[in-house]
Design a protein around this ligand. Structure first.
Ligand SMILES: [Zn+2]
Ligand SMILES: [Zn+2]
Length: 152
């Protein structure tokens, strides 16, 4: 729906879902703790390193090949700090949204409503669901603002 980036230039702006996915483990679907970069470029927690085929690229990654990514660990720490500022700021914005989980691998599936009145923006909604282990790596959210509908 309104997920299209609206930038003026040619630069691509990732959606909130894509942004959070950078910090999400593709194995356990939680926020990555010790980020391991796999040879295919995806990240997972160190403890989650796949022993069988990688769920994304289907190759079997030798356990020697994954290495800790210090850059992602630092960026994640900065990102979390920014999110907490955003969380405080959004409380003053009279936001109220209904948030659900969409299983995008099942076409036309209903969203499973998690929060009836969520007080923060979409980015934080996604982040919180990932932290709680509710939003799978491949899943997206449904997010409807209840009070701020544009009235003409
Ligand atoms: Zn993990
Ligand atoms: Zn892989």
């Amino acid at each position: 729906m309104a997920e299209q980036p609206q930038g003026l230039g040619s630069s691509y702006t990732p959606t909130p879902r894509e942004t959070v996915r950078l910090f999400q483990c593709l194995i356990c679907s939680r926020v990555i703790t010790e980020p391991l970069i796999l040879p295919c470029g995806y990240h997972c927690c160190q403890k989650c390193q796949p022993s069988g085929p990688c769920p994304i690229c289907r190759n079997v990654h030798d356990s020697q090949h994954g290495r800790i990514d210090p850059t992602l660990r630092m960026v994640a720490a900065c990102f979390e700090t920014e999110l907490e500022c955003l969380r405080v700021a959004s409380l003053n914005m009279d936001l109220c949204a209904e948030v659900g989980v969409l299983n995008i691998s099942t076409p036309k599936s209903e969203s499973r409503i998690i929060h009836k009145s969520y007080q923060h923006g979409k980015l934080l909604a996604i982040w919180d669901l990932v932290q709680d282990g509710i939003l799978g790596w491949e899943n997206d959210i449904s997010y409807f603002e209840l009070w701020l509908s544009p009235e003409k």
